[in-house]
Design a binder for this molecule. Structure first.
Ligand code: F6R
Length: 369
């Protein structure tokens, strides 16, 4: 049932192009418009929404952090993202004009369920993004957009994460479409780009052997740091989470701009630091700033592992290890940038003799608070 792979996690990483394509299937029509009939919240209600609040845990929370950039950019609706376990304890401000999006692979995570119950009690509309048909979270929501990742067996989430991102982009674009934002042309262009994104994920998977080799060479390290900016920041957080849960290593993700406010003190000789580099096109200011960050940490001895777009030559002099990803629009980059980090964590876990599919102390679905 592992389809020839040693672990479910490897199989699920390999299934990501299909999972992404399946999640898009039937949701974009021939003219490039989104047809999300499942989102049974009336267009009139969606037009009135004045705030989006995303609640989720763990990897799903990281998908939510990325969604915020897309939602605010394409819809200009303010969006908050909150850990479901924190949400209801601070008496959040919610009403009928709030759209709450609950993201959950299993659909059974108690923290997320309690958050959405609280939101509905306050009159908010709740949309679930979920991978499990008929599970509790979609049953208790006003509407559901299913991710079509197929069953995810490995405890560490991989293909579910990529499909959560796709679903979030679809919701963001759909909200933009319903509300007729100034970004209509960009939205159509992104919809076209989404259609080819499964192929880009496939290309990343074909080039992972050097990443596996690198991971094996780091098996006796104690700490790995991850840096990113913009949507690369949640990708860094996700890379660190995968490494914690699978390799049982100290791993932390930082926003690269925060380095000088503290974390740079951690840099010491030969410390591996993974840096997710934004595209040099588009938001090129961010790109140049992160290249300076790479220079800074390398001058202090860090071993730099750089994830950068094909054709980005500016990073070459400062990268001890360079991992190439295909050119994508800035907001979609997490779909390709996360994949090497999954492979990296999986291979490190194997090299350290850990149980990949069933990491210690963890359960696939956390049904207690
Ligand atoms: C990480 C992981 C967890 C889950 C989290 C939420 O690899 O699997 O962090 O993402 O427990 O689970 P769901 O999405 O089922 O609500």
């Amino acid at each position: 049932e592992k389809g020839g792979y040693d672990y479910f996690m490897l199989k699920e990483i390999a299934e990501q192009p299909k999972a992404v394509a399946d999640t898009l299937l039937g949701r974009i029509d021939g003219t490039g418009s989104l047809t999300l009939d499942e989102v049974r919240i009336a267009a009139g209600v969606l037009r009135e929404v004045d705030k989006v609040v995303i609640v989720a845990c763990g990897t799903a929370f990281h998908a939510g952090l990325i969604a915020k950039y897309a939602i605010e950019h394409w819809t200009r609706i303010p969006c908050e993202v909150e850990l479901a376990s924190e949400f209801r304890y601070r008496d959040p401000i919610l009403d009928q004009q709030t759209l709450v999006i609950a993201i959950s692979q299993s659909g059974e995570t108690m923290d997320t369920l309690m958050a959405l119950r609280h939101a509905r009690e306050q009159g908010a509309h709740v949309l679930a993004i979920c991978n499990t048909n008929g599970s509790t979270i979609p049953r208790e929501s006003d509407a559901v957009l299913y991710t079509h990742a197929g069953p995810e067996v490995a405890v560490a989430s991989t293909k579910a994460f990529l499909t959560q991102l796709v679903a979030c982009y679809l919701v963001a674009l759909y909200l933009g479409q319903v509300r007729g934002t100034q970004w209509a042309d960009e939205i159509r262009a992104v919809v076209r780009d989404l259609a080819s994104i499964a192929g880009a994920v496939e290309r990343v998977l074909e080039t992972m052997e050097p990443v596996r080799e690198l991971a094996r060479s780091l098996a006796d390290k104690n700490t790995v740091l991850f840096l990113g900016r913009h949507v690369g920041y949640p990708v860094a957080l996700e890379g660190a989470l995968k490494l914690k849960e699978l390799a049982y290593m100290h791993a932390e993700g930082f926003a690269a701009g925060e380095l000088k406010h503290g974390p740079i003190a951690l840099i010491e000789d030969d410390l591996p630091v993974v840096v997710v580099v934004p595209s040099p096109r588009g938001r090129s200011v961010l790109h140049d700033k992160i290249v300076s960050n790479i220079q800074e940490i390398r001058a202090r001895g860090a071993r730099t592992i750089v994830i950068a777009e094909e054709g980005d030559e500016a990073v070459v002099p400062y990268a001890d290890h360079l991992i190439r990803i295909p050119v994508t629009p800035t907001l979609l980059q997490p779909l390709v940038a996360t994949v090497p980090l999954q492979v990296f964590a999986c291979e490190l876990a194997t090299a350290r003799g850990n149980e990949v599919d069933q990491p210690r102390n963890l359960a696939k679905s956390v049904t207690v608070e």
